[in-house]
Design a binder for this molecule. Sequence first.
Ligand SMILES: [Zn+2]
Ligand SMILES: [Zn+2]
Length: 358
Amino acid sequence: MKTSKIEKEIFEILHNNPEVSGHEIVTRKIIIEFLNKISNFYVIYNGVEGIVVGNCESATSFDIGYRAELDAMKLQSGEVFHGCGHDAHVTSLLVFINYVSRIDTNKKIMMIFQSSEEFGNGASKLVNIMENLHIHINNIFSVHNDPGLWPESVAVSQGKILATNFSNVITINFVSKGAHFDSSLQSEVNGIKKTMEILDEVRSKIGNNFVLQIGRVKTNGSYSSKSDKLEFVLSMRSIHYSNEILKKVLKIIIQKIRSIDDVAGIGVKNIINHDRIYNSKELCNIILDSDSFFKFPINSAWSSDDFQNYSLISDRICYFFLGSYTKDRNMLHSDNLLINPKFIVNAMYLYLFILKRV
Ligand SMILES: [Zn+2]
Ligand SMILES: [Zn+2]
């Protein structure tokens, strides 16, 4: 596999063109340009939800599928950056396609480049499109880099892994009492305070059963006019509860906020909604059969991924982590993330190992 030059080039191009969820336009263009140079792979879908290609023209049933995510993320600083390493995932899949297109295989292979994994329910939308195209995949895999593991390590576990995630943008409008500052108690200050108290109260009751996080808090206030609107992301994750339960908790929170005196209205917009991933025992065993890696169980922590949606079009699914460690303080979802180039080579190696055994 003499691919080191291509993989470095393609990674750099992707890395230098990070785009947020749902806006992966340049990223898709880069992928299509790469695929145009490859024979034996056919584009099945190319649109806002991603790119789906297969090595079999007009087939709808596939032996194996591999998924990579397209999106980068907006960091706290406002910078858009590949802080989750999806650029490395796409690179590994592209270089693998390049390799597979040159070998003889009787397997029907599908490669999926999915939009909006970070937020926007990308898997659900793309799977819906694939269902409409009557696509079925026997076995589907997705790798994620793990900067906490050495590149020679793989983490995989059968059964339920990672967390359920139900996240929403909450917008609260407060009763407007004029644009000018006055000495009376401002309704929005009161409302914001009470909203936070409600969230604190819920948080104290739920204990360790799930996490409740608030992010991207903003108001429409300015220097000389007060705000009458509060917006924040309420992220709920659990490794114990299904998202049906999380939905019920959100309903309670919304009812409580609505009952605050100064609240005029409240809006809820869902941005993430998926269950835990259910890994197939059979597919996990294939990875565990590989002698080339140190194996670890998956540490579910509170991370989550929308990959479970693919079970709607696949018999078996398997999500695993592959080491990408480079140095200390190398973290996912931060501007510290640095992917060890060995990750890309190892991912390709594992893709090929899996392909031979499914
Ligand atoms: Zn991420
Ligand atoms: Zn990710």
